[in-house]
Design a protein around this ligand. Structure first.
Ligand SMILES: C[S@@+](CC[C@H](N)C(=O)[O-])C[C@H]1O[C@@H](n2cnc3c(N)ncnc32)[C@H](O)[C@@H]1O
Length: 219
């Protein structure tokens, strides 16, 4: 059972990385905020030249050395210390997602990558809530029961779910503009796993020009 779960997590991390890699620099520093099991960071570190630091409010790591823990408000990292900050399926949990986004912006040189599930309508809301339960508190309890993570309280109780317009508003409030947006819809469920590449609203133009162009730009 444990090796099946490990295989699923590795497979998921590889799939996610295929979507994300085009938005990463070929070399530099990445801050993975809400790093979870550590499988994503483990794959990213395989690219020579990339350094990945993990930050989380709980230690859920199965692989790697585990995250630097923080209290959910101030990330213990210097301003502009990273080329990219990532928040993958995290924003539904914090009490104050706006502050967390601002922190991600503060520690990055301008680029923040967000992967977040969004819903449309009542049907989508239902499926996203159900999915959040299965991949959140249910998965956590299973991992804790199997002792692949240390005993601890569950940090995965969903506080909110987002529609795309709600996320756009949150990004704007955080001072981030959407450089590109790639929805990935679950057809028939009205749920999408959206990849957003965000940039600080007044980015350093020299920095931006050192990266490859986005796949799809959003006005
Ligand atoms: C669903 S897991 C996603 C883990 C990983 N990003 C991934 O996609 O595999 C959500 C993560 O967000 C973290 N988290 C919850 N509240 C947080 C907060 N306020 N600040 C940062 N991370 C938080 C959890 O501890 C957990 O590691």
């Amino acid at each position: 059972m444990k090796s099946l779960l490990s295989w699923i997590m590795r497979h998921r991390a590889r799939r996610l990385t295929r979507r994300l890699a085009v938005h990463f620099p070929s070399s530099g520093r990445i801050a993975d905020i809400g790093s979870g099991t550590g499988h994503n960071a483990q794959i990213w570190r395989q690219q020579p030249g990339l350094t990945v630091d993990e930050f989380d409010v709980a230690d859920l790591h199965w692989v790697g050395d585990g995250p630097t823990l923080f209290d959910g408000s101030v990330i213990p990292a210097p301003e502009a210390g990273y080329d990219v900050a990532t928040l993958l399926f995290v924003l539904q949990y914090p009490a104050d997602p706006l502050s967390l986004l601002r922190e991600a912006k503060r520690i990055s040189k301008g680029r923040v990558i967000v992967l977040q599930s969004t819903y449309e309508g009542t049907w989508g809301r239902f499926w996203l809530r159900l999915r959040g339960f299965v991949w959140g508190s249910l998965a956590f309890r299973l991992a804790r029961w199997m002792r692949v993570i240390p005993p601890q309280d569950c940090p995965l109780d969903t506080r909110r779910i987002f529609s795309h317009p709600e996320l756009r508003t949150l990004f704007a409030q955080a001072g981030l503009t959407i450089h590109s947006w790639e929805p990935q819809e679950w057809h028939g469920l009205n749920v999408s796993r959206d990849l957003y590449r965000l940039e600080a609203i007044s980015p350093d133009l020299t920095y931006r020009s050192s990266f490859p162009p986005a796949m799809k730009s959003v006005g």
